[in-house]
Design a protein around this ligand. Structure first.
Ligand SMILES: Cc1cc2nc3c(=O)[nH]c(=O)nc-3n(C[C@H](O)[C@H](O)[C@H](O)COP(=O)(O)OP(=O)(O)OC[C@H]3O[C@@H](n4cnc5c(N)ncnc54)[C@H](O)[C@@H]3O)c2cc1C
Length: 399
């Protein structure tokens, strides 16, 4: 299949304009490391952002970075680390889970709103995004905050583009906040809690004035697979503290004392702690090289374990919890029962279930994204029509 790799926005605009005139579909890709996301896309050609690279503007004093969309995430992380800054939203690397290759790009991260363990306190990728430039489906170059697209005045283009999965336009440049990187971190491991007890323990930890920036529960089935099997025996409820060294020590001591009433407690030092949270973020237990179905479910934090318990009455489910219990990573033993899973989520108060990994045959049977309520779906369709009237961007990907 033809792959276009424009080196300028103008070149991208001309390719898109040509395809729009002919009504020919384009699959939008960055590094293609998240290529299994969503529903299958039927396209005539591929349009890649990988020719649009480079840091456009970065003054650490302003804590803002502007970068072309095809720039590898690794290059950005290296530049930020050198200046002692970071992407607060800790984007996950999907390659191990999705068994993809290539280099993750910053455009792909924002297009999929990829947000890691710190999300429940610092917000999603979307919340760090300050500005975008993109080419819409008419072949027009649009700058959010600058040129306003006809008929979409009043919509927050920046927020719309984050999480739109390449269905509204080709991102060409992004500007985002880059706060200081914590000098150090520690993790408290509370051992031996079941899922419900862990949900209570995490809620109690979050209620303390200790600025916990990571709260996950790793049941027995997964705990052993982290940090080379060196986690203390039993279920592990893990709580992260970050900041300046003195402050981290004091807060970690207080947290350990409070959690010691619930179970036995161990502390993980900086290096091990960093590795653990990278593995939690990248879904290490289920990065098993298989295509067994993986669901990413987002619900209220107190609901995650109830959902898993209810599902287990019906089928084999392995799961672990991030975001204080609100993000559930699930591996199903059998084929993905999307309707059943979504019925349970609805019954427990609502949330999102996204099918992350599955065989092509299973994908064809299951909507990858959480179906939208009718009113929201109508609004989405109208937005799509304004951005991409010929329907050429990633057709079918989001349903
Ligand atoms: C602390 C906390 C409490 C919560 N409490 C509740 C609650 O009480 N009730 C509840 O229902 N939910 C709750 N949630 C879930 C939350 O409100 C959102 O439903 C969820 O995080 C998805 O939001 P998002 O679009 O930002 O996430 P994302 O990660 O961007 O999206 C979730 C999924 O939807 C897809 N998606 C993103 N944009 C679109 C789009 N435009 N069209 C179609 N699909 C799209 C994404 O690709 C992704 O797969 C809670 C979450 C947290 C962290």
């Amino acid at each position: 299949m033809t792959e276009f790799r424009p080196r300028t926005e103008e070149e991208a605009a001309s390719i898109i304009g040509d395809h729009a005139t002919r009504g020919a579909a384009l699959a939008i890709v960055g590094g293609n490391t998240r290529s299994g996301f969503g529903n299958a896309v039927a396209s005539e050609a591929v349009l890649s952002s990988r020719g649009l690279t480079g840091i456009v503007a970065y003054n650490p004093g302003e804590m803002v970075m502007t970068v072309r969309a095809g720039t590898p995430a690794a290059e950005i992380e290296a530049a930020l680390a050198e200046a002692g800054q970071m992407m607060a939203f800790e984007p996950m690397d999907h390659r191990p889970l999705m068994t993809t290759e290539g280099e993750p790009t910053i455009g792909g991260i924002f297009a999929a709103n990829v947000s890691g363990p710190r999300r429940f306190v610092s917000g999603a990728a979307r919340d760090s995004l300050l500005g975008v430039r993109f080419v819409n489906g008419r072949g027009e170059i649009v700058k959010a905050g600058g040129r306003v697209m006809k008929n979409v005045t009043g919509l927050d283009l920046v927020k719309l583009m984050a999480g739109s999965h390449g269905t509204l336009g080709l991102l060409t440049e992004v500007t985002f906040r880059v706060p200081p990187r914590p000098k150090t971190e520690e993790t408290i491991v509370v051992s031996g809690l079941n899922d419900a007890e862990a949900a209570n323990a995490m809620a109690a930890a979050m209620a303390l004035p200790l600025e916990v920036s990571g709260a996950a529960h790793l049941p027995l089935t997964v705990a052993w697979s982290f940090i080379d099997g060196t986690m203390p025996p039993g279920e592990a409820t893990v709580l992260r503290i970050e900041g300046l060294p003195g402050s981290v020590t004091v807060r970690a001591e207080k947290l350990a004392a409070a959690m010691g009433r619930l179970g036995s407690v161990r502390r993980l030092e900086e290096d091990v702690s960093r590795r653990l949270w990278r593995e939690i973020r990248n879904v290490k237990p289920y990065a098993d090289g298989t295509m067994r179905p993986i669901w990413r479910v987002s619900v209220a934090p107190s609901i995650g374990h109830q959902l898993v318990a209810a599902l287990r009455l019906e089928e084999g489910v392995d799961a672990y919890y991030d975001w204080q219990g609100g993000l559930v990573w699930m591996r199903m033993e059998a084929e993905p029962e999307g309707d059943m899973l979504r019925r349970y989520i609805h019954a427990l108060g609502g949330g999102h279930a996204t099918l992350m990994r599955a065989t092509p045959a299973h994908r064809a049977m299951t909507a990858a994204f959480q179906p939208q309520p009718e009113a929201v779906a109508l609004l989405s369709a109208r937005v799509k029509e304004k951005f991409d009237p010929a329907g050429i961007f990633n057709p079918g990907k989001m349903g």
